[in-house]
Design a binder for this molecule. Structure first.
Ligand code: ASP
Length: 419
């Protein structure tokens, strides 16, 4: 057991967590026991991962950029990263839209079920709608404005400000590149050493991963809604899962074609990050592990991973954009609305933008879905239709989000002439 690779330990933790949760749900006080004594360990594990996210991004990005030596390499890497991210996101929405139009899962929802779901989840819909409205009321350049903080210490106080931290780290790193080596070497050494310490902390946190995912999954099982609702949304869930699987295949193909890396090696290397993405439903919480996996297991240059992955965790969400496409059309179908080609093209655009704006935390995708629905003229009340199954699907789309970031990091790494 001691020498078992980490991803196997995580898988075992996941299964034991599911069985434990299922077992205890037969006892009247099982749920209370899990919420009181098991759930806190899951929360502590996620907190540990989140705790390290801002220091990690800050230090590794400053280190990555300042190691580059010249600015042109940075702009080359930046350009390639953004273009590849956009490309994979658009492919993801298109896959989602094609599938949902072929399978038409919304047509199988009866009026009765629709009413039942809307009644059961209308208060959650209201909550998400309010959250989305806050985002929507901003001007077109608000997102850009938000990236530049007026006080960097304020940015460090919330994980939601990841893009501001990225901005500051890039800016600081650029300042370092532009100065003569001698002048910046003390800071460079300090940052290098800080980086080593942070990586050690991540190793330590990962030792608790199998126990953390055990607690997370046991909690999830006892808190899950009824099986009947799951069944009503079966075809929608299957459509989405097929789409997400296809997207994983797309990564396998592009990684093989563009980098020559065999898919087996790629997936084996990032398995711990994928498992953690599934258990935590958060690409931000998974980020430290994604970075470690691509560097240690796939041999990606640190300069590349420390630049591409934090940006990816915040702006590249292929699983989320695919889901937004499928969910929007599913809701339209369930309400008997016919979406013409131009509305579907509109969905490609808004789902791409909405996925960029989606925070890398659980359920963020469904908040941004409100914006996609509003843009396409689909009733927002329809959100209630998909609530029951959103968490498990969120877990799956987060795997795709994280896999996409890792795939792009290997592609950018190769394109810059690294092995
Ligand atoms: N949970 C997803 C993530 O962190 C975002 C979403 O809700 O789609 O990547």
């Amino acid at each position: 057991m001691k020498n078992l690779p980490l991803h196997w330990k995580i898988i075992i933790g996941m299964f034991l967590g599911i069985f434990f949760g299922l077992g205890l749900s037969f006892f009247p006080s099982g749920k209370i026991f899990i919420s009181n004594f098991i759930k806190p360990f899951g929360t502590i594990f996620i907190n540990l991962l989140k705790l390290i996210a801002i220091p990690l991004i800050l230090v590794s990005l400053i280190k990555g950029v300042s190691d580059l030596k010249d600015i042109s390499k940075l702009s080359k890497m930046g350009g390639r990263t953004i273009v590849t991210y956009m490309f994979t996101t658009v492919i993801a929405v298109i896959i989602g839209l094609v599938l949902v139009n072929l399978i038409k899962p919304g047509n199988s929802i009866s009026n009765e079920t629709r009413q039942e779901l809307i009644e059961a989840y209308s208060s959650n819909t209201e909550e998400k709608r309010e959250a989305a409205n806050k985002q929507k009321s901003a001007g077109p350049l608000q997102a850009l404005e938000d990236i530049v903080p007026d006080n960097v210490f304020k940015s460090f106080t919330s994980n939601k400000n990841m893009l501001q931290v990225i901005f500051f780290a890039l800016f600081f790193g650029i300042g370092m590149i532009l100065l003569p080596e001698k002048k910046v070497s003390p800071v460079k050494e300090f940052i290098d050493s800080l980086n080593t310490i942070i990586l050690k902390l991540i190793d330590l946190i990962m030792l608790s991963a199998p126990y953390g995912v055990f607690a997370l999954l046991a909690t999830l099982v006892v808190e899950a809604p009824s099986l009947e609702l799951f069944a009503a949304l079966g075809l929608y869930s299957i459509t989405l899962l097929v789409g997400l699987t296809l997207m994983i295949l797309v990564y396998a193909i592009i990684v093989k074609l563009l980098t020559g890396k065999p898919p087996g090696e790629f997936f084996k290397g990032i398995a711990p990050a994928q498992l953690l993405a599934f258990s935590t439903s958060s690409s931000a919480a998974t980020l430290p592990v994604t970075m470690e996996c691509v560097e240690k297991n796939l041999g990606i240059n640190k300069e590349v991973s420390s630049f591409v992955l934090p940006i990816g965790a915040t702006i590249n969400m292929d699983g989320t954009s695919l889901y937004q496409g499928v969910a929007a059309v599913f809701i339209a179908q369930a309400f008997g609305l016919d979406l013409d080609l131009s509305s579907q093209l509109g969905i490609i655009l808004t789902a791409t933008l909405a996925s960029i704006g989606t925070a890398a935390v659980p359920s963020a995708g469904i908040v941004m879905l409100v914006i996609v629905l509003a843009q396409a003229g689909i009733p927002e009340a329809g959100l209630a239709l998909i609530f029951a199954v959103d968490r498990p699907l969120d877990m799956c789309r987060t795997i795709v989000n994280v896999t996409g970031d890792a795939a792009v990091s290997t592609i950018v790494n190769k394109s810059l002439g690294n092995k």
